[in-house]
Structures are given as C-alpha cells and as structure tokens.
Design a protein around this ligand. Sequence first.
Ligand code: COA
Ligand code: AMP
Length: 714
Amino acid sequence: MLIHRIRYFPRSSWSGLNVSDGLQGRNTNSNIPLSYRNVRNNVTVAAHTGYPSNHWHLRPLSLRKQVKHFELLNSTSGLKCLSTYSDAYHKSLTKPDEFWGEAADHLEWFKRWNQVLDNDDQPFTKWFVGGEMNICHNAIDRHVNDGHGEQVAIIHDSPVTDRIEKLTFNDLKDEVSRFSRVLVDQGIQKGDIVLIYMPMVPQAVVAMLATARLGAIHSLVFGGFASKELSVRINHCKPKVIVSANVGIEPSRTVNYKGLLDAAIEMSDHKPKTCIIHNRTGYPEADMVKGRDLQWSSAVSDAKPHDCVPVGAMDPLYILYTSGTTGLPKAPVRPSAGYAVVLYWTMKNIYGMEPGEVWWAASDLGWVVGHSYICYAPLLHRNTTVLYEGKPVGTPDPGAFFRVIQDHNVTSMFTAPTALRAIRKEDFDGNHSKSYSFPNFKNLFVAGEICDHETLHWCRETFKVPVIDHWWQTETGWAITATCLGLGDEATARDQSIGKPVPGWDVHVLDSDNGQEVSRGQLGNIAVKLPLPPGSFSSLWQQGDRFVTTYFQKFPGYYDTMDAGIHHPDDFISINARVDDVINVAGHRISASAVEEAMVNQGDIVECATIGLKDSLKGHVPVGLCVLRSGVTKSEDQIVKEVIHCVRDSIGPVAAFKSAVVVSKLPRTRSGKISRQTVAAMANGEEFKIPPTIEDPTAYSEVREALQKAGIIS
Ligand code: COA
Ligand code: AMP
C-alpha cells in the first residue's frame, strides 16, 4: 500500500505556512489520507487512527528529497519525526545498530564508537563499543557552548523551606565544574565511588553531575533509609567520598542527615576518606568530624573549574541499590553512554517534549525516576527540570501540584499514582485545582505501581490532560512499555494498560513453568528477549554471577522482569503483580526478607513473615506476622510496638511498617518456605489456593483471625 499522490510545496514557501499544508497523501487502497499532527512547530507524521503506521512508506524514491526537507524542518529538537511508532519499533529490533547509531549522533562524543552493538557475551551486552563521551558534557557544557547558558536548567521549588531557587545552565556549569575540582582534590578519579545521601536540594544534582564529569561513579541513597540500610550500602560499594547535608525537611520533622550518616559510618567496616557536608542555611550546622569532614561551601569557594573527562561508553555512571528477594539489596550498574543516548531519545519520542520546555518529575533523586527524569534526561534534552522538595498534600495543601505546574509553566510531568491518590483523597472534588491556571500543561505520566482506574479518571478530569501510564524498573532505567507520543501514538491509550513495548524492548509473556510463550491475552511472566537496549543495567556491582542467576537463568535468552502481566491482542500490555517477594509501597520496592530480618531483631521472635496488604493510599503496605519463642512474658501489644520500632530503626520510615500481629504458626511448605503470596492473597480478600505442600493449612485461618482481631482487615 503506497502513497501515490503527494503534493509538495517548494521549501522556500514553508516559512509561515502551517506545515500540514505542505504535504498531501492518500493511501491508494483505502483512500485514507495521510494524517498529521502539528505540535508547536514540530510535525509528526502519524498513522491514521486504526491504520497500521508501517504501511505509510513514502514512495516512490523520487520523493525522498522532499521527505528530507520534512525532516530538516523538525531539526529544532535534533530528532527526525518521520517515523511512526511501529516503524520505529520494527527498526529498533531488526536494525538496532542503525536505530541507536542514529539516536547517538544527536549527542557529542569525544571519540566515536566503532561498533554500535556487541552482543557476543550475552547478557553482558555492550553498546557503542570504543566510543567515549561524557554525560555531564552533554547535559550542561554542550548547551552552554550552543548559546543556551542563560536558560534556566533547574528550578528548586521547596515549599518546606518556602524558597524557590533557579539555576541557569551557566550557573550549573560553574557549580558542577568547581565541585568536580573539590572531588579531585579529595582523590576522586575515574572509576571511584562517591556516595550521595542528601535531601532534594540542587547540591544533590550538582554532586551527581560533578561525579559524572570525572568519570567517577555515584551511588545515591534515598533519605528515608535509616543508618543500618545506609551502612549496608557503604560497606558494599566502598565510597571514597560521601556527600551529605546537615538536614532534610519533612513536613512533620527535620531529618538529621548528618547524624544518620555518622551512625551509618560507625556501623560500617568501610570508612570513607572524606565526607563533604552541605549545611543548609537557617538550620543548625552539622557537627563535623575532624580530619574527615569538609564543609561544602568552604571547599567550593576557592575551587577552580574542572573539565569533563572522556568516559568509555560502557563505563559505569552510577550504582543504584534496589530491593530484591534477599535482605542484601541488589546494585544495578548503569553504563554511561547508552543511558545518555536513550534518555535524550525518550524526552521527545516518549514524552513529546521540546527543548526549552519545563519538565517536572515529582519523585525523589534517590529513586531511578529521580536519576533518569529529574536529573539526566531533561538536562540532556535541554529542558528545565523542576526539583520539588515537598509533598503532594500538606505542603501546604492538595493544590501544591497545580501551583507548581502553573508557577513554572510546566509542559508535562511524571509522578507515582500514590501521590495522585493522596491529592484525590484530600480534594475529591478537585476544588484546589480550580484556583490555578495551566493552559500549557500537556501530559501527566504515571509509573512506579499499578494506577487504579478511579485515580486515572479523576486525574484526567482534574488535570484536564491525558494521563499516561507506563512501566519500568530500576534495572531498566527507562520505560519498557509506554505511549510514545513523539512517535505519533495517541495519548488516549486504553485503560488499565501500561502502553505498548517501547522501541528497543522485545517484550514477551512466558509461562513460568515451562518458559513457553503464552497466547496473547493470557497472563504470564513478562520477559524481554535479549539483547536489552542501551541504557539498561549492565551488571550488578561486583556481582556478575548474581546478575546472571537472578535475571537471566529462569528464561534463557530473556531478561526476567519479575512482573506478571498480559500482552493483549491489540499490542497493549497490562501489569498484574510482582512474582517475587517484593512489596511495592508508595511506588517504592521494599523487600519482604529485609523487613523480616529487621523484625527478628526484636528478640522474642522465632519466625516471621511480611506480606503486602492493599492500602488505599500507598497501594500496598507491609504487615508483619510474628511467631514468638516459648516463655515470652511480654504482652503482645508491647512486642508489636517493639517490632515496628525495629523495622523503622533498621530500614527506615520509607518501609511504612506500622502493623504486625502475633500468631502461633505460619503456613510453611514441607521444605520450610513460607508462601507469602498466598497469605497476602487471603488477607487481601483475593482468590487463592492453599499449595498442597503446606504442612498445616489451619495456619491460614489463624492468620486471618489475628489480622481481623487487630482491626487490620475486616
Ligand atoms: N528523608 C527522610 N524521610 C523521608 C523521606 C526523605 N527523603 N521521604 C519520606 N520520608 C519519611 C516520611 O517522613 C514518612 O515518615 P513518617 O513515617 O515519620 O511519617 C515515611 O518516610 C514515609 O514517607 P512517604 O512514603 O512519603 O509517606 P507519607 O505518608 O509521608 O506521604 C505520599 C504519602 C503519598 C504523599 C508519599 O508517599 C508520596 O508522595 N509518594 C510518591 C512516591 C514517589 O514519588 N515514588 C517514586 C516512584 S515513581
Ligand atoms: P522500581 O524498580 O522501584 O522502579 O520498581 C519497579 C517495579 O514497580 C516494577 O517491577 C513493577 O512491579 C512496578 N511498576 C513500575 N511501573 C509500573 C506501572 N506503570 N504499573 C504497575 N507497576 C509498575
């Protein structure tokens, strides 16, 4: 099916023309006209609704020249908008070298790669082999060199301190290059680790980029983790330098970051050489350890700028710990160049953003969303990024998100459904939103956990924009499935779907018992056929074997996402649940085993289990089930209080562990395994089957009664 009639205006007459006047085409068979979408001076050729986009090849060859002009016209974003979603998807899988090679050409390289893809040692796939670049150069210096130094790069909006601060790309270059020098003065070189434990302040972004500027590796730890969890990470990645702050500000309290850090270093066998502490003005200065601690402001004051260092394409940019099935968190490693290439690509092709527009990811730098979409992607794509130090509600009210969108003229934003549920809960009628005006707001993206139908619809009505769910993981670093707005996908994806596979991701749904592909529409394990695209994790830090056995052993030739879901006949995908023992709490992964390890610290517990109970705000919350040793005389109430304290003390407030019950036994299989999933299903009122290997099935009813008695379930 070919387009056989295309009317073309000479290039000179494009100026001032609505671009959609420039081309005309019709499909001979169906008589369907070629359709356009004109998005602010930028044109995407989109497939006509319901008509497969890969049928819209512009032929005959004599028209190629005209097509070139079309591409040129879109070169403001540096991206060609000719391809539709299915063209791009097809090409990304059949000609990955060409596809990602073209994408990589939009960034600046110190040394061009000599091979785009080397898949000889799967799953240790290499991208842009032989290439050298620096992500910090591409995120900052490149824009300054191109004359955009005065554009605002970061807006720090902090309702908890009542401050708004703006940094231009010039400011950012100055801050980052001088902080790089401070790091070098402390002995940091390419490949060294800098651990960052900071609240949502611009200095955290500066520390990330300054580390990347040197080809060193950062490891950010979310502030809601307690000292014990922090010490586990310090011991594992062995940072030479740690960057932190005196305090973080939560609506209900001031978090003593420096105190938590000192306690973590005390617990840890590994000791950093230096800690650089940013003292936030208006709050008590941190106590400094002589010979180890440096004040950020004094260290930076005389520092001369340091240039970007060329970094090998597969050299690690960062390590970001995430929860797994065991107590020891997993440490995915992010390769630098492929990540830069795909993040830049996603800003236009998934999120539909144009350079210069304002983007807001309302998350925390400590999570993968923060790494990818607060820090790197918007800066790479020359978008202004909002760094929000507040909550969706209570800072000061449920109008906070609408205020930020209005005040900073946000084009599109990204958040977790939990945050939206919190706003809806407090302002069901959406009255707060009515006090603000945001005519330029285009799209609201959600990810991190399942977005329920009610919240999705409420958001569409209240934000008055498409609400687009998409799915990804710490390991992947960017979306596996989404609605690719920049590739002409319609923003009205079907409900309860996380979109379609994004170019680069060869998504399959497999039977967990035999590894065979299930039919479309059937539930199974979601897996991605190798090779994984650029930007996804390259290994687990110093645990290559664990990398292979955890993710690539169950389904040879595939990456096991550990999510269950359905690939529908119309290509949309929906997610059901995690298949491992990870509990998704407010969009964060919490390991059931890690919570259990903390519970037993209470001292009177012989065995325990943690299950994820449905929660109207946080999606799920962990609930503990404890079996006591014989002869305990303390009251059950007292024990529960102590268990809750132990979890908070060990993992931190982020676990949101607020309830537990005492039972006399747990449902164990004959091999000793506790079937957390079936217990959780029972507690959540879902259908479940008691596995035949459970030794004593009456344990289920006992757990149910205990939860009911404690008022945890009805
Ligand atoms: N430093 C220290 N403590 C922190 C913290 C940080 N950076 N972030 C959260 N905490 C603490 C909170 O103070 C709270 O402590 P508390 O038990 O003493 O009240 C605890 O951790 C749980 O925090 P949170 O999950 O934020 O719950 P909340 O009840 O304070 O707020 C929401 C509820 C819905 C507003 C909040 O969960 C939210 O905004 N979630 C969005 C999640 C998100 O962005 N996910 C990213 C994936 S896309
Ligand atoms: P994290 O690595 O912390 O970002 O968590 C990743 C996990 O969050 C995934 O494996 C899913 O279980 C879940 N998740 C992420 N995005 C979505 C989504 N859009 N819908 C449902 N679950 C999601």
